[in-house]
Write a protein that binds this ligand. Sequence first.
Ligand code: KE4
Length: 430
Amino acid sequence: MKYQRSSALFKAAEQVIPGGVNSPVRAFKAVGGTPIFIDKAQGAYLYDVDGNRYLDYINSWGPMILGHAHKPVVESIVNTAQKGTSFGAPTLLETQIAELAVQMVSSIDKIRFVNSGTEACMSAVRLARGYTQKEKIIKFSGCYHGHSDSFLIAAGSGAITFGTPNSPGVTQGTAKDTLLAPYNNLEAVQNIIEANKGAIAAIIIEPVAGNMGCVPPKEGFLEGLRLLCDQNEMLLIFDEVMTGFRLAKGGAQERLNIKADIVTFGKVIGGGLPVGAFAARSEIMDYLAPLGSVYQAGTLSGNPLAMAAGLQMLQELNQDASIYDSIDAKTQYLHQGMATIFDSHNIPHTINRLGSMISVHFGTTPVVDFESSSVSAATGVFSKFFHGLLEKGVYIAPSAYETWFISDALTYEDLDFTLAAIAQVAPQLK
Ligand code: KE4
């Protein structure tokens, strides 16, 4: 592969954008090298500015579950744009996507749209604090809920990569209200609750973690959190920015058969445009302004283009649930193929998967939380894996702490191409 134009564009970007990127993980810091600049994408493929083609396993970090430039979504955006792009006033589209989301996710009566997953999670925590009139929250090391201050306390995703769990600029005043527990460790949560009796508003969790690689909940873990919340008058917040509308129509709540009190969304719900959302039963959501006293707002929240894209995406997923079986089967095929290759080369590895969420960890320890994920990430093998695949036209997330995002646009020929590339790279990983 040649990357001359990407390199030149990156140098120019660095002059006017911090680190040359608008989101840190895109800078390839965790794997080294220079980020590739994308010119266009179609279906399962990305095309960079040097004319190289890649099979895409990032899919804009989740939204492109039906593949890039999905025709009905693009047409919906174009048609809507011709009638104006944003009015700052209510539109029918907002009601239509809200009604569909409420129909698809059984635990919610009402939903509020925002512009990112960060905004959704930030707003969900404020709502939980306003509803319970308590101030502390529990989050889990390695879980990432966006970059608002309350979450950059040993956050996952980009913050892990940069080795700055407590980001400068986050005040001690904020940090004291965020309590940390290891993922999959119910006893630790019980101990925190005991030590903070009556002070905790909510537990926020990725029901299937995707920001320390894919880390599924252990048997009984989420059920245990549900019980602890009920016993201690705390709200359970599921951050489904990644899992929502991906693991099932009703997301992780449906897939894992457990109900959260508040659920947040992003990525898929926006069809590739900037959309986040948070939702709950009416009794909680009615605490929000203008009905209630918990303030939350946004100039472009619910804007017509994003609503049109998200509505088209959700309509397709709602009408044809076979998409979920299809992406799950493709992910399982990839899982089995990779495991066979790594085993045949005696490469120490763990592959974590739930539904279409999958990650590869090069180490011997099972990856069940942030600590064990970090042990595998520290081996340095992942960077060779990433660049070896990139050279062969397969684009996976540039960090060992990320999950692969499968789209239904991937064919079994694409999966076989991917496995052949992995087989060629495997000898370099020992
Ligand atoms: P955004 O603010 O980036 O839209 O969403 C934040 C967020 C919240 N919750 C979960 C579970 C998430 O995974 C995310 C964002 N995911 C990362 C990828 N791991 C986005 C990539 C990036 O930061 O550029």
